[in-house]
Design a protein around this ligand. Structure first.
Ligand SMILES: [Zn+2]
Length: 208
């Protein structure tokens, strides 16, 4: 598997998916996500913003303690392609340090804000040991809060073994996201899917 591309989905025979949540931690919505996944004994991945972690460190700790993965979504959520490479490095480094301080472990995954990257940025992410993570349900645009039904209808067809799904728990009103995720998790749970972190999903794909 090459790391110099963005991973949207992995190949696995197992009935597993990875739900991911960007832009938190958030004082209201992050805990609602934790409740949903606790109810099905599932795990998720949180692509956190460094400066939001500074504001809500306690919530980031709860995410880690509950067994979920915290991954890098930069320090201040810029379009990385508009920065100098050294500024990109600083963005990654500052978020990386904050995550490590909470988890005590190396950070493995990274999602570029707006999925905006170039070869240099992907090479830099690789230097950090990161895999760049995309998604299969970008068309659901949950960040625009287009309606619960819209999010559901544009996510359901993308779900397959090994799918990585994007949602947002931070930055703004997220009630539609929470409602849609609750419904999807319930449906998938009944269909026999398991909910893995991105770390677990990549590990599975590399060893099956
Ligand atoms: Zn984001």
């Amino acid at each position: 598997m090459t790391k110099l591309s963005i991973v949207h989905k992995v190949s696995t025979p197992e009935k597993v998916v990875a739900f991911t949540f960007d832009d938190g931690p958030h004082p209201l919505y992050t805990r609602q996500v934790l409740d949903i996944f606790r109810s099905v004994n599932g795990k998720a991945t949180f692509f956190m913003i460094g400066q939001e972690m500074d504001s809500y460190e306690e919530i980031a700790r709860e995410v880690h303690t509950a067994g979920h993965e915290i991954a890098n979504h930069t320090f201040s959520h810029p379009d990385l392609t508009k920065l100098k490479l050294e500024e990109v490095r600083a963005e990654l480094q500052q978020a990386d340090g904050r995550i490590r301080r909470i988890t005590g472990e190396p950070v493995l995954n990274f999602r570029p804000p707006y999925f905006s990257v170039n070869e240099d940025i992907l090479a830099l992410a690789d230097e950090f040991g990161y895999t760049a993570i995309g998604t299969v349900n970008g068309g659901a645009k949950d960040w625009e809060q287009p309606g619960v039904d819209y999010i559901l209808e544009h996510t359901r067809p993308t779900i397959d073994h090994g799918s990585i799904l994007i949602f947002h728990d931070g930055y703004g009103e997220r009630a539609q996201t929470i409602e849609a995720v609750k419904i999807l998790v319930d449906e998938l749970h009944h269909e026999g899917y398991r909910f893995l972190t991105v770390r677990e999903l990549l590990h599975l794909a590399n060893h099956s």
